[in-house]
Design a protein around this ligand. Structure first.
Ligand SMILES: C[S@@+](CC[C@H](N)C(=O)[O-])C[C@H]1O[C@@H](n2cnc3c(N)ncnc32)[C@H](O)[C@@H]1O
Length: 240
């Protein structure tokens, strides 16, 4: 049975599609095997595995990886539950991807440094580490998580789930996206809660400098365009 964490994850991240062509292009350029860092329930990993690449999906949250495993029993995806800041796998990867601002959840510069040195150790010769980042304060369209009019909604097993971004908060160089979540059960009872994701601020120049300090070479950046619901992002590319 799917966990509540996986239901919210699918609802809040699952509809994002603007970055898929960027990961597809990088996979075509560098080939597999591919490590998807912070893979969640497999939005990107499943797409890449569907195109024939061998994918390892890494995440800290076992319940999200369980949902991914259930969706992909024979898709050629290996899941590994560990912290991206401290992992050791036997395999080396031609492409390591970090979609959807996940690196901005690693606890600031020290967490990013730990991740970058772990990623550098796991790149095959000539391989590429590609990391999507964004500046949530540069949010012309209100897409990043300031108050949004529309809630994301889904229905599962008779219960209706709804999530809406209600506030963007700034604290200690981190930006909090507060979401109001609501579950309406089959009997009509309503359960409300709030959830806040704290996102570190980091610029493309800073991340490239941090990658160089971890021994990686800076390659040209790519861009993911904004859409109606999500802010655009820069994809930093670092070679092993
Ligand atoms: C914004 S979601 C992105 C999910 C997925 N990559 C996507 O693009 O749909 C961030 C993911 O990173 C995972 N995560 C956060 N911190 C992590 C860490 N230190 N190590 C591994 N995974 C982490 C979360 O559990 C979550 O699944």
């Amino acid at each position: 049975m799917i966990s509540e964490a996986a239901i919210w994850h699918d609802l809040e991240c699952g509809s994002y599609e603007s970055d898929l062509s960027c990961w597809r292009d990088l996979a075509a350029e560098y080939g597999g095997p591919i490590l998807d860092v912070g893979a969640g329930t497999g939005r990107v990993a499943l797409m890449l595995a569907g195109e024939g690449y061998a994918v390892t999906a890494l995440d800290l949250d076992a319940s999200l990886l369980e949902a991914l495993d259930e969706r992909a029993p024979s898709a050629g995806i290996t899941t590994t539950c560990c912290d991206a800041r401290d992992f050791s796998l036997a395999e080396r990867f031609n492409l390591i991807i970090v979609p959807m601002l996940t690196i901005q959840l690693f606890g600031g510069e020290s967490g990013r440094a730990q991740f970058l040195s772990a990623a550098a150790r796991h790149l095959a010769p000539g391989g590429c580490l590609s990391v999507a980042i964004a500046d949530l304060l540069d949010d012309e369209h209100g897409a990043a998580g300031g108050e949004t009019l529309d809630a994301d909604v889904c229905t599962l097993n008779g219960a209706s789930y709804s999530s809406r971004a209600v506030e963007l908060k700034l604290r200690d160089e981190r930006i909090g996206i507060e979401r109001r979540r609501e579950i309406t059960t089959a009997t009509g009872s309503v359960e409300q809660s709030t959830s806040t994701d704290w996102i570190d601020t980091v610029s493309a120049d800073e991340l490239e400098a941090e990658g160089a300090a971890a021994g990686l070479a800076i390659a040209p950046r790519r861009q993911i365009p904004p859409d109606d619901d999500y802010i655009g992002s820069a994809v930093i590319c670092l070679h092993g």
